[in-house]
Design a protein around this ligand. Structure first.
Ligand code: LLP
Length: 435
């Protein structure tokens, strides 16, 4: 719930963004907590309305922090982690282990040991080496590990469309088409190291069309009857991953995220009927659609350069170090002056980051009021894959994160300091006394 207040300033979660910028400095990420809660609840309510047992796991790669994980736990969602670091953050946040799902195509022995010792909710098994590792660790820990098998259904979504190939060329999962899933099931079902809960697939990210999800579910269900006959096995869970698209700019026309859920459930109900198995739980893993539009980055305007008859570059005090998406994916964003929201947009500028490379451009040809140094630029929809992909290129400290809700703001990640930047560095042996 962001709006413009009487001072003509951007307000997020009932808090003046310009006030937050002066209190915490810029760049600054601000999250609208009520919006995250609203998104979380609407996923859960949609499943309840459809009468389907479900788990909604927040794909924490979109934005992970202790406070974020605590918010996810408050809202009763599960958590998808993909590394020991995300798992450790979940543990630090006191997140219930039985609602954690562990993903990844190359989990290390140490990571799997950590997860299994914590008794996490499930490991999403990606490959044959992982099956062997889990067998060893389960024997050593005298335990059984709940698992999903990650299946590669041969459906790939590309935002506006999708392609299906018999043999999807992907680093993830067991291929559906060439017997890999059957080989994995043989291993898993014949060992008491595993409790096979069911199947998982994930077809992509920032998807606008429900067809891809439906096709992926259909591809899995074409095999379910065969697997039932061959292995006397029926899935208790089908997890269709994340990927529900959001609106970054007017070029994007996603459906509300719950629409995709409805289509998925509709299709699975139909498939279940046809295949004669019991209705499984349906799990999903949204990341972007839970936090993307809840996040805004506030920058201070700095220098400018005019290339006559071409364009005006206006620089901000961050860039690809806090939002690598424009440089990496040509991602587009909308922005406004946070301290002069309703001023007429009589200028057109290109927003440059401060990193030492020409590719560090955040937005091209943005309509904006005539901006002056120290005006504040708000870039919208930076809540997903912004902080989580931030880096220290050019030794720029990562910005802080503030949560705003009901007119109150709370710092949830501190700004990195210059001391933090050198904290892991060790001096040359001969210079130790100088540091
Ligand atoms: N589940 C799995 C297995 C995934 O690999 C992903 C995202 C998700 C769930 C969550 O997808 P979402 O709902 O957030 O679309 N860095 C890229 C996005 C990479 C997504 C990777 N996997 C970006 O900034 O656009």
């Amino acid at each position: 719930s962001s709006k413009v207040n009487e001072q003509n300033h951007l307000e997020i979660g009932g808090v003046d963004a310009a006030e937050l910028a002066s209190k915490y400095g810029t760049p600054l990420y601000i999250y609208d907590v009520a919006l995250i809660r609203e998104r979380a609840r609407s996923f859960k309510h949609t499943f309840e309305k459809l009468g389907v047992k479900a788990q909604v796991a927040y794909a924490s790669k979109a934005f992970s922090s202790v406070a974020m994980f605590q918010l996810v736990e408050e809202e009763g969602l599960s958590l998808d982690v993909v590394s020991g670091g995300e798992l450790y953050t979940a543990v630090t946040a006191g997140f219930p282990a039985d609602r954690i799902h562990f993903h990844g195509n190359n989990k290390s022995r140490a990571e799997l040991e950590m997860a299994i010792k914590l008794n996490i909710g499930c490991v999403v098994v990606d490959n044959f080496r992982e099956i062997e590792l889990i067998k060893e660790i389960a024997a050593q820990e005298k335990t059984t590990v709940p698992v999903l098998l990650r299946v590669t259904p041969g459906v790939e979504a590309h935002t506006h469309d999708y392609i299906t190939t018999g043999q999807e060329d992907s680093k993830f999962g067991f291929d559906l088409q060439n017997g890999q899933v059957e080989r994995a099931m043989e291993s898993v079902l014949s060992s008491d190291a595993f409790d096979l809960l069911g199947y998982h697939c994930h077809i992509g990210s920032q998807i606008f069309d429900a067809t891809g999800f439906v096709l992926a579910a259909e591809k899995i269900f074409t095999k379910v009857t065969y697997w039932k006959e061959t292995f006397q096995y029926e899935p208790k869970v089908v997890n269709l991953g994340g990927g529900f698209g959001i609106r970054y700019t007017e070029e994007d026309e996603p459906m509300p995220a719950t629409y995709y859920v409805e289509k998925i459930v509709e299709s699975i109900k139909q498939q279940v009927k046809e295949s004669g198995i019991a209705m499984p739980e349906i799990w999903i893993e949204p990341g972007r659609s839970l936090v993307g539009d809840a996040g805004t980055t506030i920058y201070s305007i700095g220098s400018e350069k005019v290339v006559p008859n071409v364009r005006k570059y206006v620089s901000v005090d961050g860039g690809m170090s806090d939002n690598i998406r424009p440089a990496l994916y040509q991602a587009k964003y909308e922005a406004a002056l946070a301290n002069r929201m309703n001023d007429p947009k009589d200028d057109s500028v290109s927003i440059a980051g401060k990193c030492c490379e020409s590719g560090d451009m955040l937005i091209w040809d943005l309509p904006l009021p005539q901006a002056n140094p120290d005006d504040l630029l708000a870039v919208f929809c930076t809540g997903a894959y912004g902080y989580s992909m931030a880096n220290n290129y050019n030794r720029i400290p990562r910005p802080p994160v503030v949560f705003a809700e009901n007119g109150e703001a709370q710092l949830v990640i501190k700004r990195e300091t210059y001391q933090d930047l050198v904290a892991l560095d060790l001096p040359l042996k001969s210079k130790v006394s100088q540091c």
